[in-house]
Every structure is written in C-alpha cells, then in structure tokens.
Design a binder for this molecule. Structure first.
Ligand SMILES: [Zn+2]
Length: 190
C-alpha cells in the first residue's frame, strides 16, 4: 500500500490523522460535535484544522458527499460574503465560455471523487451508490458553493481546483494561509 502524500495546506503525512484536540477544535468551530472525521487535510499555521475530511457515509448511515468540509468559521464567513455578492453566477457563466477552464474544473471534479474514494476506503467504506459520480460545490459544470471548492483547494493544494484557488485569492482581505485567525477558546472547551 502506497502512502498518501498530502498536498494540503499546513499538513504532512505525520499530521493527517485527527487528534483528540483536533476533534475538540472542530466541534468548537462548527458548534456541534463532529463525527466520522478521517483526516485533517489542511491546517492553520498554529496547527488547528481548517478542513475536516469526512467519511462519505456517516456512522448514522447518511451519505455525505462533501468529503472536504470547510470548518474554520473565519474562512466560511469570508466565503459566505463572496457568495452574497453572487460571484458563483459569474464563475458559472465563465465556465460555459472558457473551454480550458471547463476542462480544468472537470479534472477537479474527478480529483474530488478520487479523494473521496480514498477517504472512504480508509474509513472502511467501499461504495456509496447514492452519491456515485456526484462531487460537491456544483462540479463539474457549475460553481454553486464556494465553501466546497475552497475546502477542496485547501485540502489538496493549489493547482487542482481553479475556482477553489480563485476563492482563496478573493478572500485574502479576510483570511490568508499566512496569518492565524483562530480563536484561542477553541482549544479550551471540554
Ligand atoms: Zn490558527
């Protein structure tokens, strides 16, 4: 079995596995107890999780397509601000007119499915027919959810998802990977 070489922000093969503290921080970030977290594919400079790689079928049996779940509230708020401006519609129009971009985004969709398959296997889940071929965020032909495409970019690194990459650029006034914007209280809850 070949070892997965993580390319996400702030992680190495040694820091992919969620710790108890990671689960505590994720729960504080999301305001609910997290479950079914398989990897931490992206971390802040300070080590806190940015994204939770979640099993494609939850322990309660529900299919869960969004394998790279953006958890950090400063980043999710920034993505929500962009969504409120309707940037997804411009992106979707652009996709329809730019063949190279459409091809790159189609590849991002396939990468997302491959990564979800890998995470599922790691969690002992073989197939999830309910979501087979369905990725997230509107891929491959639309941009619907900036949180999903940005979570993808943070989890696999730049150069895979063109709209995740662009969303990361567009939120720079509110969050960048170079600055920790975490709340110290996230590590102090029980
Ligand atoms: Zn931080």
């Amino acid at each position: 079995m070949t070892t997965h070489q993580p390319q996400g922000f702030g992680v190495t093969a040694d820091t992919l596995t969620p710790t108890e503290q990671d689960l505590q921080v994720l729960s504080a970030q999301l305001g609910r107890k997290v479950r079914d977290v398989v990897e931490i594919p992206a971390r802040c400079l300070c080590g806190n999780p940015l994204v939770a790689a979640t099993a494609p079928r939850l322990a309660n049996g529900s299919p869960f397509p969004t394998v790279f779940y953006l958890a950090h509230p400063v980043i999710t708020s920034a993505a929500s601000r962009l969504e409120a401006e309707g940037i997804m519609y411009e992106m979707t129009d652009e996709l329809a007119q730019d063949d190279a971009l459409a091809a790159a985004y189609a590849q991002a969709h396939l990468n997302y499915l491959q990564e979800r398959d890998r995470i599922g296997k790691k969690a002992g889940i073989a197939d999830v027919p309910e979501i087979e071929g369905v990725s997230a965020g509107g891929m491959p032909t639309r941009v619907k959810c900036l949180h999903a495409v940005l979570g993808h970019t943070l989890a696999v690194g730049r150069g895979i998802n063109p709209y995740g990459d662009r969303t990361l650029d567009l939120i720079a006034e509110w969050w960048t990977p170079q600055v920790c914007a975490c709340d110290p209280a996230w590590r102090q809850q029980n």
